[in-house]
Design a binder for this molecule. Structure first.
Ligand code: TXA
Ligand code: MG
Length: 357
């Protein structure tokens, strides 16, 4: 049985937090909001509870989990030999959506890390997440609270859809703040390597570090790594049931919409058209006669808005009954890099338009 606990995001109810902490300490599973997406938590020390997380999500066991801490003391219980560069980032970005790869403390069971000798750690900035970890008094291992492969959950309702009956409790505190997952950086490499673009722009992390961070192709969502450098990256992610066709084009609004319409005509024939657009371009599709649904991620000049709506829209596409959906692309700057990584990984086909004349 799953209990749903509702609370305010900014001022969480003490009873809700205490109840959820008690479930975690009893080796149960609790889904909770973070500032990025909802997570599905278990106490990181309890091997049996962590195994239940993989089972509830139907997640492959070699895809490691992120450990969430609420203090620097707790960080020292999950990682050892933390380099100075890591502390520089921690000081600047924690609590917040930055995950660091660090050497694993021997007390952390290998089921958490998919057998690796490193751990991924972050201190979440969401009041519910921080208070829950604090009340539990132990580090909490938590992947995103979705069924593996589906879009990550950004509302309590999404978690209820995916995990009702599969976990012990779900804390519903409404929408998350960023809507895409944390930025994952392997700080043990020199230069450091971006494993997953996320809510904190990599440019900001580079600035704080005073050095360049390597951005591999797979971090842009372009190639899948089969090796341990980025465990978990080889799996298809974030996908709606619908076939998503990403049309990558840069230029004027008219040019961008034109390439999407052109792709839809050549591939979709005369069928009904579903499109993922921006607020600047949506009117180009609305006027077409065969349009079924136009989903707007937000304004092209506010990529934070686009990121916040992305996973919600990927779920709405299925609810609207679209079997194929054409999506515009977005600039790969700031949080846009995370948006494009998710869109590419969610897509079944990528069409790259040539530059405008
Ligand atoms: O924002 C987030 O990071 C959310 C919230 C819940 O905190 N969590 C999240 O977890 O997105 P998940 O499991 O969906 O993604 C964790 C990713 C893995 O896919 C893996 O690529 C990377 O973090 N990871 C975890 N441990 C690692 C390790 N030891 N070495 C390299 N990458 C690791
Ligand atoms: Mg995930």
């Amino acid at each position: 049985m799953t209990i749903v606990l509702r609370t305010d995001a900014v001022n969480p109810d003490k009873e809700v937090i205490d109840k959820a902490a008690e479930i975690l300490l009893n080796r149960g599973l609790v889904a909770f909001p973070t500032e990025t997406v909802y997570g599905l938590g278990a106490v990181a020390y309890y091997e049996d509870a962590v195994l239940k997380v993989f089972k509830a999500k139907m997640r492959p066991p070699d895809n490691p989990l992120i450990i969430h801490v609420s203090s620097l003391d707790m960080l020292n219980e999950v990682a050892t030999g933390i380099p100075d560069d890591a502390y520089r980032l921690i000081e600047k970005f924690w609590p917040g959506p930055l995950t660091l790869i660090l050497p694993r403390h021997p007390s952390i069971p290998r089921v958490v890390t998919g057998g690796l000798d490193t751990v991924a750690v972050r201190m979440p900035g969401h009041p519910v997440a921080l208070k829950l970890i604090d009340a539990t008094g132990r580090p909490v291992a938590a992947p995103s609270a979705n069924i593996s492969g589906r879009p990550s959950p950004t509302t309590g309702e999404h978690v209820i859809r995916d995990l009702m009956g599969r976990v012990d409790a779900i804390i519903d505190a409404g929408e998350t703040f960023f809507g895409v997952e944390s930025t994952v950086v392997n700080i043990l490499e020199d230069p450091p390597v971006l494993l997953r673009p996320g809510a904190y722009p990599v440019e900001e992390v580079e600035k704080a570090l005073g050095k360049k961070i390597v951005i591999p192709e797979f971090a842009r969502g372009l190639a899948y790594s089969e090796i341990a450098l980025a465990p978990g990256m080889k799996y298809r992610h974030y996908s709606p049931e619908a076939k998503l066709i990403l049309v990558e084009a840069e230029g004027s609004y008219e040019y961008i919409a034109g390439r999407v319409i052109e792709a839809a005509r050549s591939l979709g024939g005369v069928g009904e058209l579903c499109v993922i657009s921006s607020s600047e371009t949506m009117h180009y599709y609305r006027s077409l006669s065969n349009v079924k649904a136009v989903f707007t991620l937000g304004s092209r000049v506010n990529l934070y808005e686009v990121a916040r709506n992305l996973f919600k829209v990927l779920r709405l596409v299925d609810e609207a009954g679209c079997r194929v959906v054409f999506s515009e692309s977005f600039p790969e700057t700031g949080i846009g890099l995370a948006v494009m990584n998710r869109l590419r990984k969610a897509s079944s086909m990528i069409i790259r338009a040539s530059s405008p004349p």
